[in-house]
Design a protein. Structure first.
Lengths: 315, 224
């Protein structure tokens, strides 16, 4: 146990501890949770020199302002994020995907995410967090996970249990690319919708609304007409499922989604596009593109290879 | 038996047991759930039973749809000893402070509130599934004279412990949550305990629930 810790001067909007999430609990009503943007989570730990599933701090829009106390520690931030390291006599403008060090009294000011929602802070070491069902991931709706299942709050002290001094200069040249189309496999209730509704779904543009959080993303656009029934008998759902309730506006289920849902499913976002989907801030325009299962499987293999390649490029 | 297995996106199997909702079909779903869980098949990340469907999520780095589908189709099903599940008694207070929608139901169903409660308490309920929020059970079937649709505009906040009705089902809100069911009472019991990692849910699929009416004083005393 070290004496290192962070004092939370400003918590930010939605700052939580996250890791890869928890499995095998959908049947009791507990979703997967975990870092929303999986690749940026993986990269944060890789640059920090941590094990793959080490807890990190996830923030949305505005991040936290933290004051560090203790012996020198390394950290990095992933995503598309503006942040400053404030030292006694200088202010360093930070770059993502690059390790920096903090010393006694230094402040880390995570100002905002740019044209995206989520960013990640990993330290070379471990935060002191509680684990539930093998994961620290915070689900603020069920109050499950680290920090008693709550967001990180003002004046809270975040303890660091151990640190390791990896090469402090580790960095990666990477820019998050934008996505034009979200690729989707037809849902199990695809035929609940009118021919025109299905056409609109794959041809027209939809806007991400402000009603978007870790549970789901609500979209607005042309209304999708249901010709069978606006409810189904409630059944299991998974992240990426696109439900269309009676009002005709699609809702995409995200990592903290309810495990059971009763609205017809028009489609499911493919796994390789999920990280980019969750980063679309309110106001973004998206189009859905139909894809079949075998192409989705190939795209996932490519996504995985690209992540591995990025890790190998960290210097 | 499973009528059809299709894919839900690229990382889940959608096992369809037909369109009917009854105890017999649901018992089959639960039997499959228990068997698959017991086999610990590599790559499966979640198994979600519901009335008449079973969703099996998997890690695409370990298995794919075609291989996993074959495994599920060729599964040798065994019977589990505790097939009938547990019987659980749940105390409920239906005082007007808790029965938020009883007046509305009187009008909708054109029977008195007392009659609605009498019919509600006269049955034992079967747990079809748990989920939506942690620990939240879907129970059935209710008397056909007390069946009503969901509220047209769901409530933003339903108090923890609320007991609701919709169609042939009833439920218990394990913690404060949005929701659209017709609320007729409240239980002081904790039906989800996040500290109990082995058995966090008081009620599990296949269990039988008996509701017992209690007074406002008894409800209050429960948590003292």
């Amino acid at each position: 146990m070290t004496k290192n810790n962070f004092e939370v001067i400003r918590p930010g909007i939605n700052t939580t501890f996250q890791d890869l999430g928890r499995n095998s609990l959908y049947h009791i009503g507990i979703p997967f949770s975990g870092a929303m943007d999986n690749r940026n989570f993986i990269l944060a730990n890789a640059i920090a020199g941590n094990k793959e599933n080490t807890p990190v701090i996830e923030f949305a829009y505005q991040g936290p302002l933290l004051k560090f106390k203790g012996e020198k520690i390394n950290f990095n931030i992933t995503g598309n994020v503006s942040f400053n390291v404030i030292k006694k006599d200088e202010k360093i403008e930070g770059n993502c995907y690059e390790n920096y060090s903090l010393e006694e009294g230094d402040q880390l000011d995570i100002i905002s995410t740019n044209k995206s929602i989520y960013g990640y802070l990993a330290i070379s070491g471990n935060f002191e967090v509680q684990f539930q069902w093998g994961s620290c991931s915070t689900n603020t709706k069920a109050n499950v996970g680290a920090n008693d299942g709550k967001k990180i709050e003002k004046e809270q002290v975040i303890k660091v249990t151990d640190t390791h001094s990896h090469n402090s200069k580790r960095k990666l040249d990477y820019i998050n690319s934008k996505i034009e189309n979200i690729r989707v496999i037809k849902g199990t209730n695809f035929n609940y919708f009118s021919e025109e509704g299905k056409k609109k779904f794959f041809e027209k543009e939809f806007t991400v609304t402000k009603l978007t959080d870790r549970m789901g993303m609500r979209l607005e656009g042309p209304k999708i007409e249901n010709i069978v029934d606006t409810n189904i008998k409630s059944e299991g759902i998974i992240k990426g499922v696109i439900q269309v309730p009676a009002d005709g506006n699609p809702i995409i289920m995200l990592s903290d989604h309810g495990t059971i849902g009763g609205y017809p499913k028009i489609g499911v976002v493919i796994s390789s596009d999920y990280d980019k989907l969750v980063q679309l801030p309110p106001g973004s325009k998206i189009k859905f593109k139909e894809i079949n299962l075998s192409d989705a499987e190939i795209l996932f293999r490519l996504y995985e290879m690209e992540t591995q390649n990025l890790i190998s490029k960290i210097k | 038996m499973i009528k059809n297995i299709s894919n839900l996106g690229d990382s889940a199997l959608y096992c369809d047991f037909g369109s009917k909702v009854n105890k017999e079909i649901n018992s089959k779903v639960i039997q499959y759930f228990k068997n698959i869980k017991d086999k610990k098949i590599e790559g499966i990340t979640n198994i979600t039973p519901s009335y008449n469907k079973l969703i099996i999520s998997f890690d695409m780095r370990i298995v794919n749809f075609t291989n996993l589908k074959e495994k599920i189709e060729n599964l040798n099903l065994k019977e589990f000893i505790n097939k009938k599940g547990n019987v659980i008694k749940i105390p409920i207070c239906c005082d007007k402070d808790f029965s938020l929608d009883l007046k509305r139901l009187e009008k909708k169903l054109k029977i008195s509130g007392d009659k609605i409660l009498e019919k509600f308490f006269s049955r034992r309920y079967y747990c079809y599934m748990t989920g939506f929020i942690a620990g939240h059970p879907f129970l059935g079937d209710t008397d056909e004279f007390i069946r009503a649709k969901r509220l047209e505009t769901p409530r933003v906040k339903i108090p923890k412990g609320s007991v609701g009705l919709t169609e042939q089902f009833c439920n218990i809100y394990s913690f404060e949550s949005p929701g659209g069911w017709n609320i007729i009472g409240n239980t002081p019991l904790n039906i989800f305990d996040k500290k109990n990692e082995i058995k966090p849910n008081l009620i599990n699929p296949g269990d039988t629930v008996i509701f017992e009416q209690i007074s406002k004083e008894e409800h209050k005393k429960y948590n003292d």
